[in-house]
Design a protein around this ligand. Structure first.
Ligand code: GLN
Length: 191
């Protein structure tokens, strides 16, 4: 049976991820409830606002079930705010900002600063032949990585795409622009 991949649909660019996954022939579903989480083989945490999403994860009683599934090896792809949600440690977070965690990295929120709030760059991504046109929007970067974390791409001398086991995270938005290769990499982790 082909895998079912969920997109956390509490806030953020849910539709773009659903479209990217559907474009690769995958059955993609929205996840807002613990029962929906329990039914997926992989999950995308979209871009948006990480503080809002973290609060909504509590409101929707998804935080603990999600932590538990990540702990049991659920493949998860976090983009931008989703990368922040996956990170074990956050700098420049809101007071008391929670994360799901699981990815042994320290990220800095809004790291690229005001002048370059949003920008685009062609990045070499490990495992892909041609560069990826990456769109950054108030993006985090990674400041520290644990031993099991593989850095797949860098910008401004900081990791902006990382993989650890079945967790994949990018500072940028691969769901924007119609390049399905990062989603394909994620689907390889889903199996
Ligand atoms: N700056 C946002 C945050 O901290 C992330 C931005 C994005 O996902 N495009 O959550």
């Amino acid at each position: 049976m082909p895998p079912t991949v969920g997109v956390l649909a509490l806030q953020g660019d849910v539709r773009e991820h659903l479209a990217a996954l559907t474009g690769l022939g995958i059955e993609a579903v929205t996840v807002r409830r613990p029962e929906e989480l329990a039914a997926v083989d992989g999950l995308v945490l979209p871009g948006g606002e990480s503080t809002t999403m973290a609060k909504l994860l509590r409101t929707f009683e998804l935080m603990e079930p999600l932590r538990e599934r990540v702990g049991r090896g659920l493949p998860v792809f976090g983009t931008c705010a989703g990368m922040i949600l996956l990170a074990d440690r956050v700098r420049d977070g809101a007071a008391g900002q929670e994360t799901v965690g699981g990815l042994d990295v320290t990220v800095r929120r809004n790291a690229f600063g005001r002048q370059v709030d949003s920008f685009e760059a062609d990045l070499h991504v490990g495992g892909l032949d041609e560069p990826v046109h990456a769109v950054f929007i108030r993006a985090p970067w990674v400041e520290e990585v644990g031993g099991g974390v593989e850095v797949l791409a860098q910008a401004a001398e900081h990791p902006v795409a990382v993989r650890q086991g079945r967790l994949l995270a990018t500072s940028f938005h691969p769901e924007v622009g119609g390049d399905g290769r990062l989603h394909r990499l994620f689907l390889d982790l889903v199996g």
